[in-house]
Design a binder for this molecule. Structure first.
Ligand code: MG
Ligand code: MG
Length: 251
């Protein structure tokens, strides 16, 4: 069941969204060679708590971190660790949620560590651009869920990358994951109709190689099956009378 939000509820969700976006920036400031993903996670947790919010991911399904921090071939759900130390040329994904006033925000971005390869940069650029095409599709009259995925996957495929199918975007609200699912692939004109008051996380997870992924034995970390690089870009988006509004975008 899709839970539509009132304008008052979306107003509250702007607070959770802003803290989420700022927490990612706080973590991103620390990114450089030699820094562990746990140190970044600590910073993100402190920032969220300083704002009077709670990290949405901490303890979610037993997840041990405040952020999911995934490096290179890790797609999503990387566990922050003192043993995972960033190196020059890595790409690192910060995926963060913050909960306050009864609502969650959810956002992710991919960052370079020092100087990265041209193909890694291209992957980051394609992933981010695919999000904005999905966002644009969500803002069109009579848009449906399938329009978002069709826009994302069409662009990604045209640029020689591939869209992860196993994990998808989702509704966001009082629960971190609500209906509907928001796949990063699909057919235009199919799926639930988008309407004012819906709040969704649009979050393309894009691989440089093939789309298949697998989960590591830690029970969390998802990696590309073929060992290729992966990038992620996500915002919590409210469909308002003025069109789609990115609640988690602060930069
Ligand atoms: Mg997320
Ligand atoms: Mg999400």
């Amino acid at each position: 069941m899709i839970i539509v939000k009132t304008p008052e509820q979306i107003k509250l969700m702007r607070i959770a969204g802003r803290i989420t976006g700022e927490a990612i920036l706080a973590g991103a400031e620390m990114i450089r060679p030699g820094v562990s993903t746990k140190a970044i996670d600590d910073r993100i947790r402190h920032y969220i708590e300083k704002c009077g919010a709670k990290p949405s991911f901490l303890g979610y399904g037993g997840f041990p971190g405040s952020a999911c921090i995934s490096v290179n071939t890790q797609v999503i759900h990387g566990i922050p660790s003192y043993h995972t130390v960033l190196e020059e040329g890595d790409i690192v994904k910060l995926d963060v949620g913050a909960y306050i006033d009864g609502f969650h925000g959810d956002s992710a971005n991919t960052f370079p560590v020092g100087k990265i390869s041209a193909e890694a940069q291209r992957l980051i650029d394609v992933t981010k651009q695919s999000f904005f095409l999905g966002l644009e599709a969500a803002g069109k009259e009579d848009a449906r869920i399938g329009d978002i995925g069709a826009a994302i996957d069409g662009y990604v495929t045209a640029n020689g990358c591939s869209t992860v199918k196993k994990y998808v975007g989702h509704g966001v609200g009082a629960d971190l994951h609500e209906d509907p699912n928001v796949p990063n692939f699909g057919r235009a004109g199919r799926g639930a109709r988008l309407c004012r008051g819906m709040v969704i996380a649009i979050e393309p997870m894009i691989n440089l190689g093939r789309p298949e992924v697998r989960e590591l034995s830690d029970g969390w970390t998802v990696v590309t099956a073929d060992g290729s690089l992966s990038a992620h870009y996500e915002h919590t988006v409210a469909l308002t009378e003025n069109g789609p509004e990115m609640l988690t975008k602060v930069d």
